[in-house]
Design a protein around this ligand. Structure first.
Ligand SMILES: Nc1ncnc2c1ncn2[C@@H]1O[C@H](COP(=O)(O)OP(=O)(O)OP(=O)(O)O)[C@@H](O)[C@H]1O
Ligand SMILES: [Mg+2]
Length: 337
C-alpha cells in the first residue's frame, strides 16, 4: 500500500525508526520551506526523498543534521531530538551536502583527515581512516593533489569519502549525483550500494526518479515542504490506476484491430501499426484485447502491458511533469542562483 506518511505510534514515534521526523515546519520569511514534513526510516535501510527544486529537501536535511532549528515539530536520530542534544546527534551522522564542502587549498587526503579530526579521531586514526575511505572511493592516486585540481565528480567522491570518515550510523546524502556525468553517477550508485551493504542507514535526496528507484528501499515524494506520498518504487507505480497496453499489428489488419479494441478502451495511434490503450485495469485489458482479436482472427505482433514509470507517478502526485531526466519542469531555483 502507498501510505500517507504514518508514524505508527500514538505519540508520533516509531520504535524501530533510526530517523524520525514528525510534522516539521520551517519558514524563511514568507516561504514555508517545510510545512508539516513527516517521515521515518528503519535502521539499515535507504530512504529516497524525491522532490523538485525548492521542494524542501535540503531544508529537511539541514534540520536533521542540526544545522537548522525547526519552527515546530520534532526530528530525532536514534531517539535523540536534534534540538535537545545536537552534539550527540552530530556524532552519529555523516553529511554529504548538496554543494561539496571541501577545501580547495588542501589536498584530498588533508581534507578527509581534517574531518576525521573534527569527528574526534586521534591524528593516527584520522590518517589511517582517511586512507581507507580514499581507497574505497578510488581517490588514492589523487589524494596528494590540491582539491582545486579535482573534477566535479572527484569532488563529489571526496565529499562522500569525508562524510564516512567518522563511521556514521546514519548518512545524509543531499543530491549525491546532481550535475555529475552519467558514468560517474553509476560509480556513485555503486558506492552507495556498498554502504547499504555495510548496514548504514541512508537518507538521500534526489530529483532523479531513476536514482530513487535504483537505490532506495522506500521513496517519499516531497512537494511544497510536505511528504505527500510514500512507498516502495513498485507500490508507487501500482498506486497509479492507469496502465498502458501496447498492441502492434500488421498494417493490413490495422482497421480490424481498431474495430476490435474500440469498445474496450480509449487508444492512441502511433506509426508502425502501434496502438496504445489507456487501461484502468491493465491485466484485464490485455485479456479483453486478446479475446477480441482472437474472435476476429487478428494475430498481434506485440501485446504488452506497460507499467507506469516513476515519472508518471511524480506527475500524478504533483501535477507537474518532468524533463525526462527526472527534473521537474517547473521553473527552478537553480536558475536564480
Ligand atoms: N536560507 C534561506 N532563506 C530563504 N529561503 C530559503 C532558505 N533556504 C531555503 N529557502 C527556500 O525554501 C524552499 C525550500 O528550499 P530547499 O533548499 O530546501 O529546497 P530543495 O528541495 O533542496 O531544492 P533543490 O532541489 O533546488 O536543492 C525554497 O523555496 C528556497 O528558496
Ligand atoms: Mg537542495
Amino acid at each position: 500500500m502507498v501510505n500517507e506518511p504514518d508514524t505508527g505510534q500514538p505519540d508520533g514515534s516509531r520504535v524501530d525508526a533510526i530517523v524520525e521526523v514528525v510534522d516539521v515546519h520551517k519558514s524563511f520569511g514568507d516561504v514555508n520551506a517545510l510545512a508539516g514534513a513527516s517521515l521515518s526510516i528503519p535502521a539499515g535501510t535507504v530512504y529516497g526523498l524525491l522532490g523538485a527544486n525548492g521542494a524542501g529537501k535540503t531544508t529537511l536535511i539541514n534540520v536533521l543534521s542540526t544545522l537548522l532549528i525547526p519552527d515546530r515539530g520534532t526530528a530525532k536520530i536514534r531517539g535523540v531530538d536534534v534540538t535537545v542534544d545536537p552534539g550527540t546527534v552530530r556524532r552519529s551522522i555523516g553529511l554529504a551536502g548538496q554543494f561539496a564542502a571541501v577545501d580547495e587549498y588542501l589536498t584530498g587526503h588533508e581534507n578527509v583527515e581534517m574531518i576525521g579530526r573534527l569527528y574526534g579521531l586521534s591524528l593516527r586514526d584520522a590518517r589511517r581512516r582517511a586512507k581507507e575511505v580514499l581507497d574505497r572511493f578510488n581517490l588514492v592516486d589523487a589524494s596528494n593533489r590540491k582539491v582545486s585540481t579535482y573534477s566535479g565528480g572527484m569532488r563529489r567522491r571526496l565529499d562522500l569519502a569525508a562524510s564516512l570518515v567518522g563511521r556514521p550510523e546514519v548518512l545524509f546524502l543531499d543530491e549525491p549525483t546532481t550535475g555529475i556525468d552519467p558514468a560517474s553517477r553509476l560509480d556513485i550508485w555503486e558506492l552507495v550500494r556498498d554502504l547499504i551493504g555495510a548496514g548504514t542507514t541512508v537518507l538521500l535526496t534526489t530529483q532523479y526518479l531513476e536514482e530513487a528507484d535504483q537505490l532506495a528501499d522506500r521513496i517519499g515524494v516531497i512537494d511544497h515542504g510536505k511528504v505527500i506520498s510514500e512507498g516502495t518504487a513498485d507500490e508507487l507505480k501500482d498506486s497509479l490506476s492507469a496502465n498502458t497496453v501496447r498492441l502492434r499489428v500488421n498494417d493490413d489488419e490495422l482497421d480490424a484491430a481498431r474495430r476490435a479494441i474500440a469498445p474496450i478502451a480509449d487508444y492512441r495511434e502511433h506509426p508502425g501499426g502501434l496502438l496504445e490503450l489507456r487501461a484502468v485495469n491493465g491485466n484485464q485489458t490485455v485479456v479483453d484485447v486478446l479475446r477480441s482479436l482472437d474472435r476476429d482472427g487478428i494475430e498481434p505482433i506485440e501485446l504488452a502491458l506497460e507499467r507506469p514509470n516513476l515519472d508518471d507517478v511524480f506527475l500524478a502526485l504533483t501535477g507537474r511533469s518532468t524533463d525526462g531526466n527526472g527534473n521537474s519542469a517547473r521553473a527552478t531555483d537553480e536558475d536564480n542562483r
